[in-house]
Design a protein around this ligand. Structure first.
Ligand code: SF4
Length: 439
């Protein structure tokens, strides 16, 4: 069976497609730093959930599609310096008024590659953090892993520090595709790591795939989907490959007139559509434009759903993003600055943006649309706004184009809508943010 492609053949050009936040990052600025410092000292609003993100910026190799702040050349003593700075940073948040009587609802170790850390580095980091903070009350502790960095003993350490959800960055099962895209692992390491993770007994295991990696073909994609289903994870995340500005693929594209070697958007959507159908046949249900879950075994995405419903998030580590009491912020993105600021006993915050109440509404609305459904009643209750009326032009256009259906207070994205959901979100942006650079 050949996968159906849509008539629209838009090439994958350099730029950001994925909408992770609102307003766009490009307008966050150092001049707003006082706003985040003030927010940290405001008494917390009751019932606002709190999360912690820890950025572990080390990888064995830099993938050609990666746009994160990561380092592939740091030795053990430099890693020690970083981990010490990271624990100091987390420590600096303790005692500020905005954290009074609050516990972490969720914790996320992201990267980079958190599993790059050795058992000893990981244990020391947690021991330092635990002097001021614990996550014993957290509903979910997620840890991202690169399969080739795992050993059974490391997985035991990861489990011991309280991780409930392991996220395996598989991306593909074809060794040639993995190699062309600069991934450090090969397929045998995936199977081995997955089996160990099951044996160690993590409550939740997620695997990540990417549709449209360099060298992707229809047969290879079908093989990757079949292998992923065979592993039987509790959830799967499937991204469509994009080409943000500071990636190896973008650099190659610039040398070839701006168009990358990545498959067209229509092709990638067809591949994800195929994957969704295959996973659904195996009992999974679509939980967003990028995720499917086994409903009887899946415990929910606490990190995602809390953030998309307005939780506070302390983003720690170099270049990390956070949100606290209505203010977005990001840390300094240079290693030297990050270490220096923490050595001086200061929070390493670089830029911020106080978000207007109406923008907080837009933010939640577009993020929740990524799950494929929103309830207008939620926005009436939380923001006192009738979103179907206020954003009627944008919602009507989605319906007219066949990307959404509205039934009373419920908006549901169609399959064609959810497959391209990020490209549909800018129509909900305020006019001044519609045509500016996003990152
Ligand atoms: S493993 Fe992840 S964070 Fe590291 S270079 Fe590859 S994509 Fe980037």
């Amino acid at each position: 069976m050949e996968l159906e492609t849509l008539p629209e053949k838009k090439a994958t050009e350099v730029g950001s497609y994925f909408v992770a936040n609102y307003p766009p990052f490009s307008i966050w600025s150092p001049e707003h730093k006082p706003a985040i410092l003030a927010a940290l000292d405001r008494p917390p609003k009751p019932d606002t959930k709190l999360g912690l993100y820890l950025h572990i910026p080390f990888c064995r190799k830099r993938c050609k599609f990666c746009y994160f702040r990561v380092y592939t050349d740091k030795n053990a003593s430099e890693i020690e310096v970083y981990l010490s700075a990271l624990s100091k940073e987390i420590d600096l948040y303790a005692g500020r008024q905005g954290f009074e009587n609050r516990q972490f609802e969720f914790v996320y170790f992201g990267g980079g590659t958190p599993s790059y850390l050795s058992n000893a580095q990981l244990e020391r980091l947690i021991e330092r953090i635990n002097q001021r903070w614990t996550w014993s009350a957290a509903k979910e502790v997620t840890f991202e892993c690169e399969p080739g960095t795992l050993k059974e003993s490391k997985l035991q350490t990861i489990k011991k520090i309280g991780v409930t959800r392991l996220s395996l960055g598989v991306e593909h099962f074809d060794d040639e595709v993995l190699s062309i895209n600069g991934r450090a692992h090969k397929s045998p390491e995936i199977t081995r790591a997955y089996q160990w993770a099951r044996e160690v007994g993590f409550p939740q295991i997620n695997i990540d795939l990417i549709a449209g990696m360099l060298g992707e073909t229809e047969d290879k994609w079908k093989y990757a989907v079949a292998k992923a289903i065979e592993l039987d994870p509790d959830s799967v995340t499937i991204y469509q490959m994009e080409v943000p500005f500071n990636t190896g693929i973008a650099k190659d594209a610039r040398e070839h007139g701006g168009v990358s070697a990545v498959a067209s958007w229509a092709q990638k959507r067809a591949w994800v559509d195929y994957a969704f159908n295959e996973f659904q046949k195996s009992g999974y249900v679509v939980s967003s434009g990028y995720t499917l879950v086994k409903p009887e075994r899946h415990a929910g995405f606490v990190y995602r759903d809390s953030l998309w419903h307005g939780a506070d998030l302390i983003g720690t580590g170099v270049a990390s993003f956070g949100h606290f009491q209505g203010v977005h912020y990001q840390n300094v993105d240079r290693w030297e600055d990050y270490i220096e600021r923490l050595n001086a006993g200061e929070l390493p915050i670089h830029r911020a943006l106080p978000v207007e109440p109406h923008q907080l509404l837009i933010r939640e609305m577009i993020l929740q649309l990524k799950t494929g459904k929103i309830d207008a009643g939620y926005f009436r209750q939380k923001f006192g706004a009738d979103i179907l009326k206020e954003f009627s032009e944008a919602f009507d256009s989605l319906v007219e184009e066949g990307f959404a259906e509205i039934d009373g207070q419920q908006v549901r994205m169609t399959r064609q809508g959810i497959l391209r959901v990020d490209s549909l979100l800018p129509r909900f942006f305020e006019p001044q943010f519609r045509n500016i650079r996003y990152t």
